[in-house]
Design a protein around this ligand. Structure first.
Ligand code: HSE
Length: 451
């Protein structure tokens, strides 16, 4: 309740971009206006929406007088307190965010690419200008994982994380697992259903997940990493035969981001992974996202939900607006009020050769006496210990004389495995480069990633 003597405070908001997420933000601000006002004790008022073109079809009706193509003018408006960047990409969005900060505006962004590539610059400028930059929607869409890492675990120390942070890839892999169909076939269907973009490269190639991982590493370990140096493998190379054999060994193929703090360096990688069937991550279906966090005091915790979509993502964006508004009302706004990502500067990434993992190998070999023995001898000479071996006659490779050998190793150093495989793949009896997939979880390394 307000009266004319105490008019409710209005907080001015400008949206940059009115695509799916922008439309969701408008919808949520309208539909939940009363609840938001009651919770905040103030009103979020959209003052301008900057768009590229006026005549585009939108998923929401807006007052035409709010629309403008003048981004500069919008950022300079004195009645705008919070700028919500929903342009995407790292060029125009970077200029807009840096200009907004220079004008003393608080910023909400869903842009993981911008934060992964220019996060230090953005947060340094925000700190100098005394403004907030919030980005809950940048990782796992509507799942409030940024708040969990920034606030919920503020007194804890994250040791390692395993996550499914790209819904498109998870949808494709889940469908391949359930149906036995190939990647290209399932991708085409996902595109027809609107689960995958016309150009799916960023999603299925792992780039989107690497951006999100860089943001998570900043929060979990207080350090920036070079996102372009994160080892990133897409899901497009996994074949139906690997799904079947993973299943036989007790695993499900998932696209994971994995990060671990080694002190002097950060381990961070993105790749298709064999996940033990008894892990919660193995059961994450369709386009859903999930993050498993292992921290010193809490131990294991899991966060799960919609990683994309109009309303889930908009929900995260509007919650950020509310939090910034609360900071403003409490006169606590400014980057110092936030847990500062990247606070400890930049630490190097652990070279991929130095990571330790268990491995799944699929070797296409000539089916004759002594072949298996030679391969095992080479693996042994590089310190690779074998956990399981299966030769599957029904899985003949290129012809009757060629067969597949499937190997599960104990935990090993990746550099040793690569050296062994260079020798193995050079043998005349080996028909094609060996397929290698990493296995998540405990080897002889305690409870790494166990859930
Ligand atoms: N394209 C992303 C995904 C959502 O498939 O998860 C936005 O980051």
């Amino acid at each position: 309740m307000t009266d004319s003597a105490n008019p409710i405070r209005e907080i001015g908001v400008a949206l940059l971009g009115l695509g799916n997420v922008g439309a969701g933000v408008i919808k949520l601000l309208e539909e939940n206006a009363a609840a938001i006002e009651a919770r905040l004790g103030a009103r979020l008022n959209v003052r301008a929406i900057a768009v590229r073109a006026f005549d585009k079809r939108r998923r929401v009706e807006v007052d035409a007088s709010l629309l403008t193509t003048d981004i500069e003018g919008t950022l300079a408006r004195p009645d705008v307190d919070i700028v919500c960047e929903l342009i995407g990409g790292t060029t125009d969005a970077r200029t807009a965010v840096m200009t907004a900060i220079a004008h003393g505006r608080h910023v909400v962004t869903a842009n993981k690419a911008l934060l992964a590539e220019h996060g230090r610059e953005v947060f340094a400028a925000a700190e100098a200008a005394g403004v907030d930059v919030y980005y809950e929607a940048a990782v796992c869409g509507g799942v409030p994982i940024i708040r969990v890492l920034r606030e919920g675990l503020a007194s804890d120390r994250v040791e390692h994380i395993h996550g499914i942070v790209n819904g498109t890839s998870n949808y494709i892999l889940s469908t391949m697992t359930a149906t036995g169909r190939g990647f290209a076939d399932v991708l085409a269907e996902a595109q027809a259903l609107g689960y995958a973009e016309a150009d799916p490269t960023l999603d299925v190639g792992g780039g989107d997940a690497a951006h999100k991982l860089a943001v998570l590493v900043g929060l979990c370990f207080g350090t920036a990493v070079d996102v372009h140096a994160i080892s990133t493998e897409g899901i497009d190379t996994v074949e139906p035969i690997d799904f079947r054999s993973a299943e036989r060994f007790g695993y499900v193929v998932k696209g994971l981001v994995i990060a671990r703090d080694h002190g002097h360096a950060i381990e961070a990688r993105v790749h298709p992974t064999l996940v033990p069937k008894n892990w919660l991550l193995a059961d994450v279906p369709g386009a859903k996202n999930a993050l498993y966090v292992h921290s010193y005091a809490l131990g294991a915790s899991m966060y799960y939900g919609a990683g994309a979509g109009m309303l889930p993502t908009a929900m995260a964006v509007v919650s950020d607006m509310i939090e910034i508004s609360r900071n403003m009302l409490a006169r606590a706004a400014g980057a110092r009020a936030m847990a500062r990502p990247f606070a400890q500067g930049q630490r190097p990434l652990l070279p991929l050769d130095d990571i330790r993992s268990r491995y799944y190998l699929r070797l296409a070999v000539v089916d004759e006496a002594g072949v298996l023995g030679r391969i095992m001898t080479i693996l042994g000479s590089h310190g690779i210990s074998i956990a399981q071996v299966v030769q599957d006659e029904s899985a003949a490779a290129d012809g009757a004389a060629t067969t597949h050998i499937f190997v599960i190793t104990h935990e090993a150093r990746e550099g040793n495995l690569r050296s062994a495989l260079r020798e193995i793949d050079g043998l005349p009896v080996v028909q094609r480069p060996t397929v290698v997939l990493r296995i998540a979880g405990a080897g002889n390394n305690g409870n790494a990633g166990k859930q």
